[in-house]
Design a binder for this molecule. Structure first.
Ligand code: ADP
Length: 494
């Protein structure tokens, strides 16, 4: 086994403590996969609001209680609480930062009562970045690498290289920055910069200045020793195509040699119909009829008449433009003319929530909509559906298409980012799903129609289902690639 690394994995979401999307799943499963390769990866994340500390086995540590940190000229108190995430034979140490000043509310980015972004998100994540660095000496545990994820952690590489560059305990720690979604940038008025206490050189085009704003993401990209993102295709798209680059394509292009795409893996202890405790009927790829029992139960619960021969299309998603809901909105009348059933689970933009609720009433007995964040229902939809629709405008990696493959739920996706890297056209050898290229509702409908047509041919369909179920998107390969990244970043070449 190669020599392991000490890595502090810094993230704003970790399942089951907090989750809005894929980052939470990755933050749970990647560190455990890396630990099983002989690394010591520890996770640090905010503790949002009061959590059920007994159920989640979160413990107070006396010497890590009531610590002090100066943020924006004010002293603030915080504590580090400890917990572990576990797999079957894997685990990872969690540090949860508790702060009444910054993380009292249970919302992650938005206030859970008002559903609006916190007005002090700049200071909340400034506190987080600074605290992450300051706790290292207190913990007396020194990482070789701080692995930062998304804009909420973007100030860390800059702090290490400026404010803390003379601190011998910290100055030689390397940083890796992973982009999970380039569209979320943490851009704030330049007045926010003064709160950081960083030298003015950071507020320049070569630092965090981005179209007249102070960008946490751009700061991270410019100061990190290495950058990665979550699929090879997305790594190329954001560097070469303005539509995907969100104004950062030139910055990324200059960092081409220090940037890699590593596909996210799946935790098959959690997302696997053979062992999934959240679905009524567990099944292997030799037991497809049991999948239909899941379909029957879900449809009956939603008051839709079960019919094995009518395909059920599932969607589980944040309701935002990125995920293609404008296409779904436009195409729904056409889709509803087809002999299909559909179930959509999501939360997000008000306009889509309203539209979907109204559509559910209009297409009673065909369409079920649940506006909610519901982990159990997400698993049940994966198990019950015949097809999974994911028409994203852009998709850094996407997890649900890979979950779907394991559940024998055939993906229908747009040919972009991580979707393009994981889904192969059903007509090709090793085909596993349906793709459409152009971001267009008619193109999407055509792809759905092709799936409906193939569904009528049970032999061909079951072959496609089994092909998907037999694929392996576990972390095995990708975790090795992260280890190589840690090795490279620690080599003297940089
Ligand atoms: P993103 O991170 O862009 O939202 P991913 O496909 O990478 O997209 O990951 C989405 C994750 O969030 C999946 O685990 C999915 O099941 C989950 N998810 C999204 N919306 C909901 C919801 N409303 N209820 C339960 N789980 C959801």
């Amino acid at each position: 086994m190669a020599k392991g690394f000490n890595v502090l994995f810094v993230t704003s979401e970790v399942f089951p403590y907090s989750k809005t999307g894929g980052l939470a799943d990755v933050s749970n499963s990647l560190p455990q996969a890396l630990n099983s390769l002989g690394n010591d990866v520890r996770i640090v994340t905010p503790k949002y609001g009061p959590l059920d500390e007994r159920r989640l086995q979160i413990h107070e540590i006396k010497r890590l209680k009531d610590l002090k940190l100066n943020v924006n000229g004010k002293d603030t108190k915080f504590s580090i609480k400890s917990s572990f995430i576990h797999g079957k034979n894997t685990k990872a140490q969690m540090y949860l930062l508790e702060s009444l000043d910054y993380f009292k509310n249970k919302g992650i980015y938005q206030n859970s009562n008002t559903k609006k972004d916190f007005a002090n998100n700049d200071e909340r994540f400034l506190f987080f970045c600074k605290a992450v660095i300051e706790i290292l000496e207190i913990l007396q545990w020194k990482p070789d690498v701080i692995h930062c994820n998304d804009w909420q952690t973007g100030l860390i590489p800059a702090f290490i290289k400026t404010v803390y560059s003379n601190n011998p305990y910290l100055s030689d720690i390397k940083t890796v920055f992973t982009i999970h979604n380039l569209a979320y940038q943490g851009n704030f008025p330049v007045s926010s910069f003064a709160k950081t206490g960083m030298p003015d050189s950071v507020l320049t085009e070569k630092g965090g200045l981005h179209y007249g704003q102070f960008s946490y993401l751009k700061t991270g990209l410019n100061y990190a020793d290495m950058i990665s993102t979550v699929s090879e295709k997305y790594a190329e798209e954001i560097r070469t195509d303005k539509e995907y680059g969100c104004g950062l394509e030139d910055v990324l292009n200059t960092k081409k040699k220090r940037m890699v795409g590593i596909l996210n893996g799946i935790d098959y202890a959690t997302w696997n119909p053979v062992v999934d405790k959240l679905i009524p009927y567990r099944y292997t790829y030799q037991e497809i009829p049991l999948k239909y029992e899941n379909k029957r139960e879900l449809l009956e619960k939603r008051k839709i008449e079960y019919d094995e021969d009518i395909p059920l299309i599932g969607v589980i998603s944040r309701l935002v433009d990125q995920k293609g809901f404008d296409l779904i909105q436009k195409a729904l009348p056409k889709l509803m003319q087809e002999n299909i059933h559909m179930i959509i689970l999501g939360t997000g933009e008000e306009k889509y929530q309203k539209f979907l609720k109204a559509a559910e009433k209009k297409y009673k007995n065909k369409l079920a909509v649940e506006i909610n964040f519901d982990e159990n229902l997400a698993h049940q939809i994966e198990a019950a559906s015949d097809m999974y629709l994911m028409p994203s405008k852009f998709e850094p990696c996407g997890l649900n298409q890979m979950y779907s493959l394991k559940y024998g739920t055939v993906p229908i996706v747009r040919n972009t980012g991580g979707l393009a890297d994981t889904i192969i056209d059903y007509r090709k050898p090793k085909g596993n799903g349906f793709l459409f290229d152009k971001y267009d509702s008619d193109e999407m409908v055509k792809a759905v129609q092709s799936a409906i047509k193939l569904f009528q041919d049970k032999d061909k369909w079951n072959k496609l289902v089994r092909q998907g179920m037999s694929l392996d998107f576990s972390w095995k390969v990708s975790a090795q690639k992260y280890m190589k990244l840690y090795k490279d970043v620690n080599s003297s070449k940089l």
